[in-house]
Design a binder for this molecule. Structure first.
Ligand code: ADP
Ligand code: MG
Length: 253
């Protein structure tokens, strides 16, 4: 049933909140190495679909397979261990931790706290490795200058970058990003684009919820468009403007 090359295979997913049918018969297949833009007007169900895929919201119907494994009944923290990580539309940061500590805490979340608690030599080695990895990722995403500041005190754009760092601490093979550049300064936006392209060149598959058409044209190999909970298009970025169902979704006609 799973197409041979589908890395992520979403089949007939449905989700309602009360009487509000937010996702309806949503099917999407993503091949390894793709950079897919997930588009659609506000409220069309993009974040909900990301939540269903990553185990934060249970679907009412349908299935999700990742890398040949069924994951739609699997808890979010276990899905991360299968190689899929995500970022959030509005990252919230703990008030009393530094940027570095937040990145380190993400490693603990991914590897479990047991080793850390027992304080063995292995735990110390694990912590050292996590610290090195965090330092490297903070460098990659231009956060080294603020690594000792409280995470709550950095800019909204830097919080988005830190969210990406936290997701990457899990060393995922697929990364889902919810509006990574919304509210981000244009200079920082270019850096995010470059970082995502580097990750993809290293083999990472990306799904990106994004509104900025320049970003989409620069980054995405394919776009999937949601309108009121249904997929209405799957096409190249340069085909969006001439797609009637895409125009209809955005113009509401
Ligand atoms: P998008 O990310 O495309 O803007 P969302 O997936 O956030 O859209 O929301 C789609 C719809 O689902 C909206 O009508 C929203 O109010 C509703 N919704 C999302 N999450 C919940 C929730 N936890 N409880 C109730 N309704 C929700
Ligand atoms: Mg959203």
């Amino acid at each position: 049933r799973t197409p041979a090359n589908a890395f992520l295979d979403i089949r007939s997913v449905a989700k309602a909140f009360g009487g509000n049918q937010v996702l309806e018969d949503v099917s999407v297949q993503i091949a390894p190495g793709e950079i897919v833009g997930l588009l659609g007007p506000n409220g069309s169900g993009k974040s909900t679909l990301l939540n269903v895929i990553t185990g934060f919201t249970p679907a009412d119907a349908g299935s999700v397979h990742f890398d040949g494994r069924r994951i739609d009944r699997v808890a979010a923290h276990r899905i991360v261990r299968t190689g899929m990580a995500r970022t959030f539309q509005l990252p919230s940061m703990p008030a009393k931790m530094s940027v570095m500590e937040v990145a380190m805490a993400a490693a603990t979340a991914h590897h479990g706290v047991f080793d850390t608690l027992v304080g063995t030599a292995r735990a110390r080695a694990t912590e050292r490795a996590a610290r090195d990895k965090a330092a490297h990722l903070l460098q990659e995403l231009l956060l080294t200058p603020v690594r000792d500041l409280p995470a709550a005190a950095i800019s909204g754009g830097q919080k988005k970058l830190l969210g990406i760092v936290c997701a990457l601490m899990a060393e995922p093979r697929m990364l889902l990003l919810d509006e990574p550049t919304a509210g981000v300064h244009p200079n920082l936006r270019r850096d995010i684009v470059a970082a995502l392209q580097r990750l993809n060149a290293q083999g990472m598959t990306l799904v990106i919820v994004e509104h900025d058409m320049h970003f989409i044209r620069d980054v995405c190999t394919r776009c999937v468009v949601l309108d009121r909970g249904s997929i209405v298009a799957s096409c190249r970025p340069d085909e969006l403007a001439s797609n009637d169902r895409v125009l209809q979704a955005y113009l509401g006609t």
